[in-house]
Design a protein around this ligand. Structure first.
Ligand SMILES: C[S@@+](CC[C@H](N)C(=O)[O-])C[C@H]1O[C@@H](n2cnc3c(N)ncnc32)[C@H](O)[C@@H]1O
Length: 209
């Protein structure tokens, strides 16, 4: 939690309280439904919350913009980003209903008004968004094939819209087909051994024709 306060010094009291509440919420839910691996739950703030917030080091989401989190699992990266950007609309989806049940409970407990969660397969999403975020769902070629038509044609965002994907390891092969993809090392922002091999991939997408 200290690292979050250090990295994001302009949080309001309400946002700080929301981040603080995550610990007990996820501990309680994880005892009932396994949404976070047992070995990671004690390092929730580093391995899940701060990791999710690495996206904010690359991209600031403006008021009124829309963000889809594909395969959100227990709510990552969508929930930490929704706390950080309360004026941005987040839509969190996962194919597994029990994961969405946990995400909805977290949304309700934190009174997050800017988040909607739904059981949904990525391929079946109908709406279009300014940004798509995700962590550890599938390889980049499959991921792009699922969501490439879901980026808004007329984004109201001044910055480049597209995909922000959290992944680890060597991505050279997966990204071969995407010459415009940019990889950012999370260890350049956050000093923790855990982030050594972790990256944010920014893939700006062409507007839907
Ligand atoms: C490894 S988990 C990652 C969960 C979360 N993003 C995180 O990093 O903690 C992958 C998640 O993607 C979901 N998933 C897989 N294929 C999907 C699809 N086609 N549409 C939506 N969700 C999908 C799975 O149900 C699972 O919850």
């Amino acid at each position: 939690m200290d690292e979050i306060l250090k990295q994001f010094p302009y949080l309001t009291e309400n946002q700080i309280q929301q981040f603080e509440k995550l610990e007990s919420l996820y501990h309680d839910w994880n005892a009932k439904i396994n949404v976070i691996s047992r070995k990671d739950i004690d390092e929730l703030y580093t391995k899940h919350v701060l990791h999710s917030l690495a996206i904010a080091k690359i991209q600031s989401f403006e008021e009124g913009s829309s963000v889809l989190d594909v395969g959100t699992g227990g709510g990552f990266p969508g929930i930490p980003l929704a706390i950080l950007f309360p004026e941005t609309n987040f839509y969190l989806i996962d194919v597994i209903a029990k994961k969405i049940k946990v995400v909805q409970a977290v949304i309700d407990a934190l009174e997050l008004k800017n988040v909607k969660a739904e059981q949904m397969r990525a391929e079946n999403v109908k709406e279009e968004f300014d940004f798509i975020v995700s962590r550890a769902v599938t390889n980049m070629p499959d991921f792009v094939s699922w969501i490439k038509n879901k980026i808004k044609k007329h984004s109201n965002h001044k910055l480049k819209n597209g995909i922000l994907y959290l992944k680890g390891g060597d991505l050279t092969e997966e990204l071969a087909a995407f010459p415009n993809a940019v990889q950012y090392n999370i260890s350049d922002f956050f000093k923790d051994e855990f982030f050594e091999t972790k990256k944010v991939v920014h893939l700006p997408l062409k507007y839907k024709a």
